[in-house]
Design a protein around this ligand. Sequence first.
Ligand SMILES: C[S@@+](CC[C@H](N)C(=O)[O-])C[C@H]1O[C@@H](n2cnc3c(N)ncnc32)[C@H](O)[C@@H]1O
Length: 217
Amino acid sequence: MYRTLEYAAFGRKLENQRCEFLKDASGAKRALLLGDGDGRFLLELTKCNEEVHIDSVEASAKMIERAQACLRKANLADPARIRFHHGNALLGEWPNKGYDLVVTHFFLDCFSTAEVDRLIPSIRRVCAPGAKWLLAEFQQPEAGWRRWHACCWLFAMYCFFRITTGLEPLGLPEYRTALSKAGFSLKGKKLRMGQLICSELWTLPGRDAEGPYGSAD
Ligand SMILES: C[S@@+](CC[C@H](N)C(=O)[O-])C[C@H]1O[C@@H](n2cnc3c(N)ncnc32)[C@H](O)[C@@H]1O
């Protein structure tokens, strides 16, 4: 249902949003994907980067099955470089460390600001210097018709996911402050649909720089 509903409501817009900064992931060696869902972005990543080793942490066994089916269909040359981990990202039990790429598409909005405030520093600890973080999220513009347009969409979506999945948060978390505090800087941003959806590229300083956690790795 998830994919069908997405296409019915947004057409290809969310797909474009997920892939907005895909080319920035082309040099990554080790990626951590969180809540990747049905594997559409995962597949695009493996196509644009044939070297990257990927750990995908996903709470839904059904989504993992879908993603695995998606990869089987694509008949990848080296499927062993992709590992799925069925688990809860909030526990902070990461399969590896030294990630130079983190991807969270439409994932942080499953959590409250307090949860995101714990989650982001925990991920930061397993990032390599210079790591990139790609994300796509819904957002609420500050004012004007765009704000009301976004309010209507967000209200409808939170109600729907609350009924169908038991999602607890009732609004978008403030994740940008946590990313900045963890030492990431916003390098790119693209807005679509009256500023309702955004893609962002955040990066950590490289090996020579010192962040709030000292140099990583
Ligand atoms: C809104 S969907 C987004 C899926 C996909 N990233 C996309 O762009 O369409 C959120 C995904 O995060 C997963 N998820 C939610 N809470 C999670 C958690 N605590 N740990 C890991 N995955 C989680 C859900 O199972 C779902 O696949």
